[in-house]
Design a binder for this molecule. Structure first.
Ligand code: NAP
Length: 272
């Protein structure tokens, strides 16, 4: 699986060198070709620098590691080669002071890229981990794997992205459809704030702690496609699950811990 880094700055160099060391063929491109050449030389392991169009043509997976506002300019000349390509969006549409998102809540940068380049299979990933972690090539911090969340609408592309995340040693967590980039992009701001303002430094990362579980099961499953499409998870078994043992009403439906009727001790009547 050949990986092409579009952007040879701090994120592109760090991740690209790590992929190369892990055994993936890697290509670099940049606005200034000298920077891509330097990135390839530093990475070693046969990494090369090429033009953006050649990189898009030759790579199986493209990583967007350039400023969000430059994506259109970078991809437009290679548009005809994008159909069916897995494009990993590691960017964040943040304001110049790194304090806010220029796009958010009802849209995300990743969805905007998908709108501009509908033939590509966009997957959001790698956006909420500091470049310094990639440069250090350490997927674990204090003995625990850092989680990289990924989101997208194309199962085949997501499988490839899960593979490259896992190969680096990160904990790959499927965060659902591309629209959930609306949750993942703000995570980058929290990361920046914790690292740079709260003094935790840049060797930090989020980790999703969870109980191992097997999907699908009666009580525990991912949301259905319809629930995904409507973003309405109020009635999934997960949403209504309570810690066992769960009380039952009518012998069938489990009641939510939040909506379980309580008995008024003075009257014996049920309250809500
Ligand atoms: N820094 C982090 O810790 C971090 C972590 C996660 C995600 N991100 C996101 O990752 C992206 C890159 O961040 P960075 O810190 O690596 O930035 P950076 O160090 O400034 O590097 C940006 C790279 O993009 C290249 N570039 C700019 N315009 C281009 C174009 N039109 N075509 C091709 N290449 C172009 C630049 O090329 P030249 O050098 O030749 O000008 C440079 O190599 C940003 O969207 C950022 O939000 C950053």
């Amino acid at each position: 699986m050949k990986i092409g880094m579009i952007g040879s700055g701090t994120v592109g160099r760090g991740l690209g060198a790590w992929f190369a060391k892990t055994g993936f063929p890697v290509l670099f491109t940049s606005r200034n070709p000298t920077h891509a050449t330097e990135a390839a030389q530093t990475a070693g392991y046969g990494a090369k620098s090429v033009t953006t169009t050649a990189l898009v043509q030759e790579s199986d997976i493209l990583l967007l590691t350039l400023p969000f506002g430059e994506i259109g300019a970078a991809l437009e000349p290679a548009r005809e080669h994008l159909p069916g390509k897995t494009v990993v969006d590691a960017t964040n549409p943040i304001t110049p002071d790194h304090r806010a998102l220029a796009i958010g809540h009802t849209l995300s940068g990743a969805e905007e890229i998908a709108r501009q380049f509908p033939a590509a299979d966009i997957v959001k990933a790698f956006n909420a981990v500091f470049a310094e972690v990639y440069a250090a090539q350490k997927a674990q911090i204090d003995g625990r794997s850092v989680t990289i969340f990924f989101a997208g609408d194309h199962p085949r592309a997501k499988t490839s992205v899960r593979e490259i995340i896992t190969k680096l040693g990160f904990d790959a967590v499927d965060a659902g459809p591309l629209a959930n980039s609306r949750y993942l992009e703000p995570l980058s701001l929290l990361n920046i704030h914790l690292g740079r303002a709260q003094g935790f430094g840049t060797q930090i990362g989020f980790s999703l702690l969870r109980t191992p579980r097997v999907f699908p099961s009666k009580r525990s499953r991912a949301a259905s496609p319809q629930e995904m499409a409507t973003n309405d998870f109020r009635n999934t078994p997960e949403a209504n699950a309570c810690a066992p043992p769960c009380p039952r009403s009518n012998g069938s439906q489990e009641e939510s811990a939040l909506h379980r009727p309580r008995t008024d001790p003075s009257s014996g009547a049920q309250t809500h």
